[in-house]
Write a protein that binds this ligand. Structure first.
Ligand code: X8Z
Ligand code: ZN
Length: 658
């Protein structure tokens, strides 16, 4: 199984062994907070910065974990530092939270307008707002260094100082001109993506959504290839902009004491960033065999349909044949790969269409699921201000998103909803973000986010796992619940969505981490992308890529600068959440048949975790709901165990791998 990139040895720091109890885990996190802060660039003439601050900060950290040897060193260090006091640190954090909150809200509104109304003007206005916010974030992050050596900090101040420093997705250099340049590039990249269209030779032009529709239904390899190539013409002009953005963001990350932006991103997980790839590695090793079994079966069946000259029997699968623009989920080839006589038994898209559903009713149905768990209904403003349907008269960013404009009650989603199963599930995904946002709104600014970014992405998906035949029957959408003989079909459908996604969820940031680390320059961006696509997914470009291609830019999160590992984590976590909530709901049957719909106990357990926001390290939040502080893949493996057994039988005489 593929090993993931590791930090260079020299950057590794000590990490306490991963503990299986809550206080031990807290110890890990606090030690890490402290060590990380010690790596900030020297300021205020701190001569013996490294040894001094590491020791001081470790002492602060370990007070909570009751390490006597570290505590005894504290008085000496405190006497030497003579810097700001603990109460000044508290005041600094409070002021930073207040000013960042104001700028963030302003930026959020500007960004909402840009993405709902893409013009040259909104691009500039949004870029300005991002520039102001980024400049303030970077300043707060570098000012936070002053409090490194302060002893006796309370837990929250210490945690927030660390969050101030690492929670910037795209840091800019302190230089104002460079900050402005960077935010303009960011807005430009997002607009290029949002406005992207491909024009065929006959003059007809299609936007992304229309090109994606071709992948849902077409089985004509030429038509698929043309749409696939077409969308990738949109990202060609992004390459130079992206390369410049990498330079600027790396400079910003380095000024904040990180090796590069990749290290900064990996620092957001309450653990040593050098250890984070190992955490991913372990999860990927657990699920790899299941993915390989699915890949083997899907490739064999696609080969039967398209022929071995199109789908090589032993090589990677061409990326345009998997029913999705990015080959990231494969549910649209279900009809080709479904186990015989075990079709899912019903088709949710048909049910929604025949049932006369429109986008609003789809969202209302999602809201009703949350209400059944005990969550309060969405506010009127949600219905008035959200975007549910693609406007005919202007450019918008259609990629689904959830918004929390004032971090109080102004919740919104923005989606160009079509009436189909995929969008029905995505609605639950987006609403999951909104209910999370509302649950932690009582927390202070820096804690108003999820335990780690994978948690935010996992909540709505967890509810989607409860969209079972029994649930559909309960809400009157299905007359006959298929019996257990239909389970293999249901599991296959689910696997094409959830298991197929796993390596894609991993590889996007494997690519970015190598780009940020300077392991490859712009000339090598595209080759590296396809090398990783093949290595992780067993998927290949269907043709020789043009020299100027920038295929990563054809995926929203690359020009949008949205870290992607969060989705890999979410695909592991949502099965852990589902298993735990099903147990709380009293489910006794197989977990793939469980729906938590209507369970107030499950709702209250979920809400208790959501309310924590980011106030505690993620292992504490995970443990609060599931009883275990570890991310682990046994839940997803248990869920798909019957399918894995079937796949292994199918593959017995096949040569798997690529
Ligand atoms: O971007 C999303 C959500 C919004 S956070 C719709 N997802 C990833 C993607 O579309 O690539 C959800 C799954 C993966
Ligand atoms: Zn999301």
């Amino acid at each position: 199984m593929t090993r993931l990139t590791k930090e260079p040895k020299a950057t590794r720091r000590h990490r306490l062994g991963k503990s299986s109890n809550a206080s031990g885990t807290r110890g890990v996190v606090r030690l890490w907070d402290a060590v990380e802060r010690s790596r900030l660039p020297p300021q205020a003439g701190a001569g013996k910065r490294d040894s001094l601050i590491i020791l001081t900060a470790c002492c602060v950290a370990l007070l909570a974990a009751c390490e006597p040897s570290a505590q005894s060193a504290a008085p000496e260090v405190a006497a030497k530092t003579g810097g700001p006091t603990a109460s000044e640190a508290v005041a600094f954090v409070a002021e930073s939270e207040q000013s960042l909150e104001e700028l963030a809200q302003h930026n959020e509104r500007m960004s909402w307008v840009l993405r709902n109304f893409i013009t040259e003007d909104t691009e500039i206005l949004s870029a300005r707002a991002t520039e102001q916010l980024t400049a303030a974030q970077v300043k707060a992050a570098s000012d936070a260094v002053r409090y490194n050596a302060v002893t006796g900090l309370d837990y929250d101040t210490s945690r927030k100082l660390n969050l101030l420093r690492s929670s910037i997705d795209v840091p800019a250099p302190l230089d104002a001109v460079k900050t402005a340049e960077q935010s303009e590039i960011g807005a430009r990249l997002r607009a290029l993506y949002g406005r992207g269209t491909f024009c065929y030779e006959d003059g007809s032009c299609l936007a992304l959504g229309e090109l994606e529709d071709i992948f849902t239904s077409s089985r004509d390899p030429d038509e698929l290839l043309e749409a696939w190539n077409g969308w990738r013409t949109v990202s060609i002009p992004m390459k130079a902009l992206y390369a410049r953005q990498v330079e600027l963001a790396n400079e910003g990350a380095s000024e904040l004491g990180f090796n590069d932006l990749g290290t900064m991103w990996r620092s957001a997980y309450d653990m040593d960033p050098a250890e984070f790839p190992g955490e991913l590695d372990q999860l990927w090793n657990q699920v790899g065999p299941l993915y390989q079994a699915l890949h083997c079966h899907v490739r064999a069946r696609l080969g039967e349909v398209y022929g071995s000259d199109v789908v090589p029997a032993n090589g990677p699968i061409p990326a345009h044949l998997l029913g999705n623009m990015w080959a990231q989920t494969w549910e649209n080839v279900f009809d080709i790969v479904a186990p015989p006589q075990t079709a899912a038994g019903y088709d949710l898209t048909t049910i929604l269409k025949d049932g006369g559903f429109d986008p609003i009713r789809m969202v209302k149905t999602g809201e009703a699921f949350f209400s059944s768990l005990g969550f309060e209904e969405l506010p009127d403003t949600f219905w008035q201000r959200s975007l549910f349907v693609k406007p005919a008269d202007r450019d918008v960013v259609c990629h689904p998103s959830a918004w929390d404009i004032d971090e109080k009650d102004d919740l919104r989603i923005k989606m160009c909803i079509d009436v189909n199963e995929e969008d029905f599930k995505t609605i639950h995904h987006e609403l999951g973000h909104n209910y999370y946002q509302r649950a932690y709104k009582g927390k202070s600014y820096l804690y108003r986010t999820s335990a780690n970014d994978g948690f935010h992405e996992a909540v709505g998906d967890t509810l989607s796992l409860s969209i079972t035949p029994e649930y559909l029957a309960q809400i009157g959408l299905l007359d006959n619940v298929p019996d257990a003989s239909g389970d293999l079909g249901l599991l296959m459908k689910q696997a094409l969505e959830k298991v197929a996604f796993l390596p894609f969820g991993l590889m996007v940031d494997q690519w970015r981490w190598q780009v940020f680390a300077g392991e490859v320059g712009p000339d090598g961006y595209n080759d590296l992308w396809w090398q990783l696509r093949e290595q992780y997914q067993g998927v290949a470009a269907p043709n020789q890529r043009p020299a100027d291609a920038f295929d990563p830019g054809a995926k929203y999160h690359v020009p949008g600068n949205v870290p992607y590992t969060r989705y890999f984590l979410a695909h592991i976590l949502q099965f852990q959440f589902h298993r735990a909530l099903c147990e709380i709901a009293g489910n006794e049957g197989p977990v793939h048949r469980c729906s938590i719909y209507g369970s107030k106990q499950a709702g209250s357990a979920l809400n208790a975790m959501l309310e924590m926001g980011r106030s505690k390290p993620w292992p504490d939040a995970l443990e609060a709901m599931t009883g275990s502080p570890e991310m682990d893949a046994t839940a997803i493996l248990d869920y798909f165990a019957p399918l894995q057994a079937w796949l292994d039988e199918q593959n017995a005489d096949r040569k798997c791998g690529w």
